[in-house]
Design a protein around this ligand. Structure first.
Ligand SMILES: C[S@@+](CC[C@H](N)C(=O)[O-])C[C@H]1O[C@@H](n2cnc3c(N)ncnc32)[C@H](O)[C@@H]1O
Length: 270
């Protein structure tokens, strides 16, 4: 099946192929998994609930650390990503940890052409929405792959943070639009979020989606919203002024506890 990736998405695919080997070295989650642990946070474990024996489709799974964590929690997992290097790393990690998982190399929008069946849970998290060019189509694909009564779960950085840059005096200043624009923003020679000594060679394109875009896309696809939560910590160091708070999470001491850094959402197919 021919892929339907746009030129911007093809650049993103090359970008993620470049960083997958960097992340295999840099992600603490890899060592955690190899030591018998899991990469998931208590927020998502609590909000998704018991996954034992449930089928779980993980969209944009990258190197598979979260997918394999759900497998260790008892789910029957399928991870999907359009980066061949990420999928190869995920398969290697599955082998090294002895965890059962199916990994598929495919773009989100091509998935209905390459994958059959429906799942109890569709899961996606941590840095996924900015890579998507069409959120309504994304939501329709989620609904397509959910069984009736199935659960969609997302944990994502709060879209408000697409708007801000940190100034030299350590203040947060709104510079970019919070609202979606059809044209993505191109980032050149960006630093890497997991390895701050690494500068990307391949550029990337990112789209901004507001909270209303996200909620409306899921509602239009026929999903029923069950919960929406916001939390005051983030799963990566977005701004230089951010500091570690609990293990593998960051906060901004200057604005401690006053701002939402992530949101989570559960929605169910009728
Ligand atoms: C930040 S990572 C996902 C984070 C993951 N939870 C983690 O922490 O490792 C974003 C992933 O989205 C994938 N991706 C981006 N656009 C995609 C698309 N259109 N279809 C499939 N995968 C895509 C990239 O290849 C990358 O692996």
């Amino acid at each position: 099946m021919k892929s339907t990736l746009t030129p911007a998405e093809q650049t993103n695919q090359a970008h993620w192929d470049e960083v997958a080997p960097i992340h295999i070295e840099a992600y603490e989650e890899v060592a955690l998994l190899k030591a018998g642990g899991i990469a998931l946070d208590e927020i998502e474990l609590h909000e998704v609930g018991d996954v034992t024996g449930k089928t779980l489709l993980h969209l944009q799974c990258h190197i598979g650390t979260d997918t394999l964590s759900w497998a260790r929690q008892g789910a029957i997992v399928t991870g999907v990503d359009f980066s061949a290097a990420s999928i190869a790393a995920a398969r290697q990690l599955a082998q090294e940890t002895g965890l059962d998982a199916t990994f598929i190399e495919a773009g989100v929008y091509d998935l209905p052409n390459v994958l059959e069946g429906q799942f109890d849970i569709v899961y996606t998290s941590r840095g996924v929405l900015c890579w998507l060019r069409d959120l309504d189509e994304w939501a329709r694909i989620i609904a397509h792959f959910l069984k009736p009564g199935g659960l969609f779960y997302i944990m994502e950085s709060h879209p408000m943070w697409n708007t801000f840059e940190e100034t030299e005096s350590g203040e947060l200043k709104p510079l970019y639009s919070y609202f979606h624009t059809a044209e993505p923003v191109r980032w050149e020679a960006d630093g890497d979020y997991a390895d701050d000594t690494y500068t990307h060679e391949v550029a990337s394109y990112e789209w901004t989606w507001s909270l209303s875009d996200i909620l409306n896309a899921l509602l239009k696809a026929g999903l029923r919203l069950e919960s929406f939560n916001e939390y005051d910590r983030l799963f990566f160091k977005l701004f230089p002024g951010m500091m570690p708070c609990i293990e593998r999470w960051y906060h901004y001491p200057q604005y401690g506890g006053k701002l939402p850094w992530i949101f989570t959402l559960t929605a169910r197919k009728q």
